[in-house]
Design a binder for this molecule. Structure first.
Ligand SMILES: NC(=O)c1ccc[n+]([C@@H]2O[C@H](COP(=O)([O-])OP(=O)(O)OC[C@H]3O[C@@H](n4cnc5c(N)ncnc54)[C@H](O)[C@@H]3O)[C@@H](O)[C@H]2O)c1
Length: 255
């Protein structure tokens, strides 16, 4: 039996159709949250909901496409309408794209920024009145790419750095109202995203980021290990944690 840190609370989780988002939605639901699983992949989000309900939890699915300006804010309106409150928002939806910088088209830059950063702006801004009402919190998804940069994925790194700066700014601006903002910053995680990245020609291996070292698990964290960090930051166990970036990289950057 999991601890019930989210009893009576409503949590909106984006990217909940797969990977880290699905695992985090399931984790919060196991701990008592009523989860709203939002994703572009509505069928996947519905599968997550079915798994949560099958385990005795509460969840609903919403479809939205973060690529369309305004769609993320409208999705938040739909989420708030479901229960009339929002306690937790996990911004986990994201896309990755690899290319040599000199081959990037403006559209590549724009779509990576739209899904990974602009959508987080839309969601947090629209959710704010509800979060002020509940003294809720937001946990967004960074990446060690956003801390260190990453060769062959500059727009992704820029977007994730933006998520961290946005989060710290909001943590400062809304601290007096008791709303917390934090970031989980994963290194390599075993998901569709990390396994399905299209290869880029002429990559120099010496420019690639360091691998996780913990227990020699180079393949990276499991989604459950990352979900545990989302759950901690979203819970009252982190009641005085705001404006923080928690790195989950299996000691890849340590030393
Ligand atoms: N996997 C890794 O190694 C890794 C490392 C660092 C950070 N991250 C971050 O973790 C988060 C989750 O990634 P993941 O590894 O679980 O990948 P994933 O591909 O399994 O999950 C991403 C989810 O986002 C959804 N999504 C994509 N585009 C969308 C859109 N336009 N509108 C709405 N939803 C959309 C997808 O449908 C999917 O369910 C992302 O923000 C990613 O950048 C992942």
């Amino acid at each position: 039996m999991d601890a019930q840190r989210f009893g009576g609370k409503v949590a909106l989780v984006t990217g909940a159709a797969s990977g880290i988002g699905r695992a985090s939605a399931q984790r919060l639901a196991r701990e008592g949250a009523s989860v709203i699983a939002a994703d572009k992949n509505l069928a996947g989000a519905q599968d997550t909901v079915a798994a949560i309900r099958g385990a005795g939890g509460r969840a609903e699915a919403l479809g939205f496409d973060a690529m369309i300006p305004g769609a993320s804010a409208r999705m938040v309106d739909a989420a708030v309408a479901l229960h009339g409150r929002l306690d937790v928002v996990l911004n986990i939806a994201g896309i990755y794209f690899k290319a040599h910088y000199d081959a990037l088209a403006p559209d590549d830059w724009n779509r990576i920024l739209q899904v990974n950063l602009n959508s987080v702006f839309e969601i947090t801004q629209r959710a704010l009145p509800s979060l002020v009402a509940t003294r809720g919190n937001v946990v967004s998804t960074g990446s060690i790419a956003g801390l260190d940069g990453i060769a062959y994925a500059a727009p992704y790194a820029a977007a994730k750095a933006g998520v961290m700066a946005l989060t710290k700014s909001l943590a400062a601006e809304y601290a007096h109202q008791g709303v917390r903002f934090n970031v989980v910053c994963p290194g390599r995680v075993q998901t569709q995203m990390s396994q399905g990245i299209a290869p880029v020609a002429d990559v120099r291996p010496d420019l690639l980021p360091p691998s996780p070292r913990l227990l020699g698990l180079e393949a990276g964290a499991s989604t459950d290990q990352v979900a545990g960090t989302f759950a901690y930051l979203a819970s009252d166990d982190a009641a005085f944690v705001s404006g923080s970036v928690v790195v989950v990289d299996g000691a890849a950057r340590a030393g």
